[in-house]
Design a protein around this ligand. Structure first.
Ligand SMILES: *Cc1c(COP(=O)(O)O)cnc(C)c1O
Length: 360
């Protein structure tokens, strides 16, 4: 009998992505704070739009995403022709690797960077290269030191996941200025909506040939289950990505819900304000319990423990109480737990659980 074909180089080196857990054996009232989802759920406006669109599920969706791109362009004051929508921003990151990086090329990211960067790089046959961070912040000098002729893409998330830290606009410009010719800087703005006084790099991506931004509906907009993200950048890059985008990549339901969510500015304003208040409570509460936390610009907080053993023990203690957070050993931070900012009751439950563990 013939054997199965061998996969493309790089694919078998991919470590499978582990999603945040959502169940605890024997516990009914589970609080999932492991995937940075919106504790307030999806906006009512998006749920209504999704129900209405579902009635037309026998029809193919539009391939140009004109309605959603127009809504994004209006809200963010962008050129709609330079927006591309994907199945989560994950798909947009994937297209970038597929289009720009192949065998022999390098894709630069940071040591504690989002795990999808090396996964997408390897899927394209390229080599991921990790630059160290400085005190859990993206280090522009370390990235520039590792950038060379073979570097085709440089990914940073700002605010970063899982650290929650933000670097300033001047550092980003310095990075964009210092990268080699023909290398695209990708600013992953999955948490940009939560940061104050930061446009997610949209201004830079509108003005430069070598900067591209990605955004998502999965975090602030509460639509993680529908899978919608978008990218914005130089027209030549958009034209390249559109050639590899599946023509019907987003469903009617996803398009309708995302458009309604984008236009629901009151929902976004409420979530932003509540996140700011609860993130502050969570950060101060954890610090008061003796844990170190950087100031987060996102919708989660990274709690640092004395060592990996303590982080594992606290994770288990929280889980026994039905609270699921993320031990981020896979991100090179074995002594840390990443905790999504919940609503007021959720933050109470985390702090009670950590306090009980600390006193045990
Ligand atoms: C959650 C997240 C994304 C978004 O992924 P989607 O595919 O849009 O759901 C992208 N980048 C980072 C760093 C994230 O944490």
């Amino acid at each position: 009998m013939q054997s199965a074909p061998a996969p493309q180089p790089g694919i078998m080196e991919i470590a499978l992505y582990q999603g945040g857990a959502s169940k605890v054996e024997g516990v009914e009232d589970v609080l999932k704070l492991s995937s940075n989802e919106n504790p307030h759920g999806a906006p009512e406006s998006a749920q209504a739009a999704a129900r209405e669109a579902a009635a037309a599920m026998h029809l193919y969706p539009p391939t140009d995403h004109a309605g959603l791109r127009a809504a994004i362009a209006e809200v963010h004051d962008l050129d709609p022709d330079r927006i591309i929508c994907g199945v989560g921003s994950d798909e947009v990151l994937h297209w970038l690797c597929q289009a720009y990086a192949g065998p022999g090329d390098e894709v630069l990211h940071t040591t504690h960077g989002f795990l999808m960067y090396p996964i997408s790089a390897r899927a394209a046959g390229a080599t991921p290269v990790a630059a160290p961070e400085r005190d859990r912040h993206v280090d522009v000098d370390a990235l520039l030191q590792r950038a060379g002729d073979r570097t085709k893409l440089c990914f940073i998330a700002n605010p970063a996941n899982p650290t929650g830290t933000l670097i300033g606009g001047q550092d980003i410009v310095r990075l964009a200025d210092g990268l080699p010719d023909g290398c695209l800087l990708v600013l992953d703005g999955a948490y940009a909506e939560f940061a104050e006084d930061y446009d997610g790099g949209l201004g830079l991506a509108g003005a430069r040939e070598n900067v591209f931004c990605t955004r998502t509906f999965s975090k602030m907009y509460g639509l993680g289950g529908l899978r919608v993200g978008w990218g914005y950048g130089p027209q030549p890059v958009i034209d390249v990505l559109n050639r590899i985008r599946g023509p019907f990549n987003l469903s009617n339901v996803a398009l309708a819900a995302a458009e309604a969510a984008m236009r629901d500015r009151a929902f976004v304003a409420r979530c932003l304000e509540d996140n700011r208040i609860q993130r502050d409570r969570l950060t101060r509460g954890l610090r008061a319990l003796g844990l170190a936390c950087d100031s987060s610009a996102a919708n989660f907080v990274l709690a640092r423990f004395a060592d990996a053993e303590a982080a594992v023990a606290c994770d288990a203690a929280l889980r026994a109480r039905g609270v699921i957070v993320r031990h981020v050993a896979g991100y090179g931070l074995p002594d840390c737990l990443r905790i999504t900012v919940g609503d007021a009751a959720g933050v109470d439950r985390v702090l009670e659980g950590v306090a009980a563990w600390a006193q045990a």
